[in-house]
Design a protein around this ligand. Structure first.
Ligand SMILES: [Zn+2]
Length: 345
């Protein structure tokens, strides 16, 4: 199956009442692990690359790897999505490369750090939609600002600032109407990375789990039952993966993730795309550290990259089952971008 537009994957997910994991990649092992997991669980899937990942992999390598992924498993609907595009130019570049979906993160200015005004966000998102839809390409936008920084992208807001930048449900309705986007990334208190909470117990100094404003998702879904929502920064950061890292010489204290139950509650209320990056990073790092610690005589990269790929595979299988996308790959035939062009007309 050629790479399919993300819009179709999300529409089908809405029909089936499930969510689809969007997994960040920057190398071959991650892509292979995702595709093997999608094949074994019969899942449609979204593979995404940030600007940082494209820079690291020199773009053309990532494109060819994703094409290989689609070719190896022709029965799996897979979208190639740009994560946190910062400008129309970046989105154009990704589309020219063959991406079937782009995110324009108009919540931040082109520097990827300074929060934009609402008006600026509407303006840039609209321009990307006007460019992408005639080509059949899906567009994700973002309203509200997320916490944390990933790949150098993010406003790095404090916890108090994050709560001032949550998505306003009424404004979300207007934003979707004005821009015509396909998927809306919402800010509900999640952060990028492994440290999802800056909250500490004032008495003990102990790090506390993040507080999510799930009611915002409920309210947006009530206003717009057909709007596909996206949860960013939604790794679960399982303690057992962090423990492996720490057991073999790592130093990652006070990590927190998003509980799968909260994500599943989101899925019941219109969340269709769930972004997961950190969990695969943790699994890979832990597996590599384990080999280095237990078999210090090894020096062939395959000796640690294979266990790393296997560990990432386990994470992807769990997420695909948890989000409900498992079993749905063969519900439908993938659309081409040409067919998607007709869809937007
Ligand atoms: Zn994100």
């Amino acid at each position: 199956m050629p790479l399919v537009p993300m819009r179709q994957i999300l529409d089908e997910a809405a029909k089936g009442g499930y969510g689809v994991g969007a997994f960040n990649v920057n190398n071959m092992e991650q892509i292979q692990a995702i595709m093997q997991a999608a094949n074994d669980t019969n899942s449609p899937v979204i593979i995404q690359a940030s600007r940082g990942a494209l820079k690291y992999s020199k773009m053309i390598y990532l494109k060819k790897l994703m094409e290989a992924a689609a070719e190896e498993f022709p029965q799996i609907p897979v979208s190639m999505h740009l994560d946190h595009g910062n400008s129309l130019e970046t989105c154009k570049e990704a589309i020219a490369l063959g991406f079937t979906s782009v995110m324009i993160d108009g919540s931040l200015a082109e520097d990827g750090k300074t929060p934009n005004t609402y008006e600026q966000n509407v303006e840039i998102t609209k321009r990307v939609v006007e460019f992408a839809h005639p080509l059949g390409v899906t567009v994700e936008g973002e309203l509200g600002v997320l916490g944390g920084i990933e790949d150098g992208h993010g406003a790095g807001l404090s916890d108090e600032e994050v709560s001032d930048h949550l998505t306003d449900p009424k404004q979300a309705e207007e934003f979707v109407q004005l821009t015509g986007l396909d998927a809306l990334a919402v800010a509900i208190g999640t952060s990028h990375g492994a440290y999802k909470s800056g909250r500490k117990d004032p008495k003990t100094g102990e790090v506390l789990p993040p507080v999510l404003a799930m009611e915002r998702i409920h309210q947006i879904h009530e206003r717009m039952p057909n709007c596909h929502m996206v949860m960013h920064g939604s790794s679960s950061v399982p303690q057992e993966l962090v423990d492996v890292i720490n057991q073999f010489g790592g130093k990652m204290p006070g990590t927190f993730g998003i509980a799968i139950e909260q994500i599943q509650d989101g899925i019941k209320h219109g969340v269709r795309k769930i972004n997961v990056d950190t969990d695969s990073r943790l699994a890979i790092t832990g597996a590599i550290r384990k080999v280095f610690a237990e078999k210090p005589e090894k020096f062939d990269p395959r000796d640690y990259l294979k266990p790393a790929r296997d560990a990432a595979y386990e994470v992807y299988v769990k997420r695909m089952n948890g989000f409900g996308q498992a079993g749905h790959a063969t519900d439908y035939t993938g659309m081409t971008l040409d067919q998607a062009k007709a869809y937007y007309k």
